[in-house]
Design a protein around this ligand. Structure first.
Ligand code: ZN
Length: 196
């Protein structure tokens, strides 16, 4: 049997599917891996998949709610909130340009909420938090766990999906000075205790 017997139902294509991975990586890096709308740090989702795998390989037993393909809240709460996406400032459906001048980094929550509304409407509904006034300011080297993905993906090269291979290439190609980032972020946010 080679062909499938069922036609999958047509699905609406997410608009970001049309953007190349290299372009998306450029946008994430340009914006410092911070959401343009709520200013929260975003996360490169595939990193979480390989982090979960790493934990299993280290002998961790039990489910980890690090990653799910649909960013389900129950199975991957961080991604449900913070998975990195590229958003149009002016919605494409409202005539916004489909180029870098109109693209911004958004967290998954804002990207979902914003949908086709204009920036103004969206800001009225979900006003952005006030600028960070902490002593140290905004993060300068946050990378959305993208360096973590590079490290783990290189260790799992034969298991990568085509899409993940393209992500790896995009992250490697457009990396200007990433070696210093490689030791940042690893597991630092995990204090344990997510287990059922
Ligand atoms: Zn956001």
């Amino acid at each position: 049997m080679s062909g499938g017997s069922q036609q999958p139902p047509p699905r609406p294509k997410p608009k970001r599917a049309a953007l190349s991975k290299k372009l998306q990586v450029r946008m994430f890096r340009r914006d410092g891996w911070l959401c343009r709308w709520c200013r929260r740090p975003v996360i490169f989702a595939p990193a979480m998949k390989y982090l979960a795998r790493f934990m299993q390989e280290q002998g961790h037993k039990g489910l980890l709610a690090y990653w799910s393909s649909a960013y389900r809240r129950d199975a991957s709460p961080l991604l449900d909130e913070l998975a990195a996406a590229v958003d149009h400032v002016t919605a494409f459906s409202a005539g916004g340009a489909h180029d870098e001048s109109n693209f911004v980094t958004a967290c998954y929550k804002c990207n979902t909420r914003k949908s086709a509304s204009s920036s103004d409407e969206f800001h009225k509904k979900y006003p952005p938090p006030p600028p960070v006034k902490g002593m140290y300011g905004e993060p300068k080297t946050w990378d959305g766990f993208s360096a973590l993905f590079i490290v783990l993906a290189r260790q799992n090269r034969s298991d990568l999906t085509r899409s993940e291979t393209e992500w790896l290439e995009a992250l490697e190609v457009s990396t200007v000075s990433d070696p210093q980032h490689l030791d940042a972020g690893l597991l630092s946010d995990n204090s344990g205790g997510e287990l059922p």
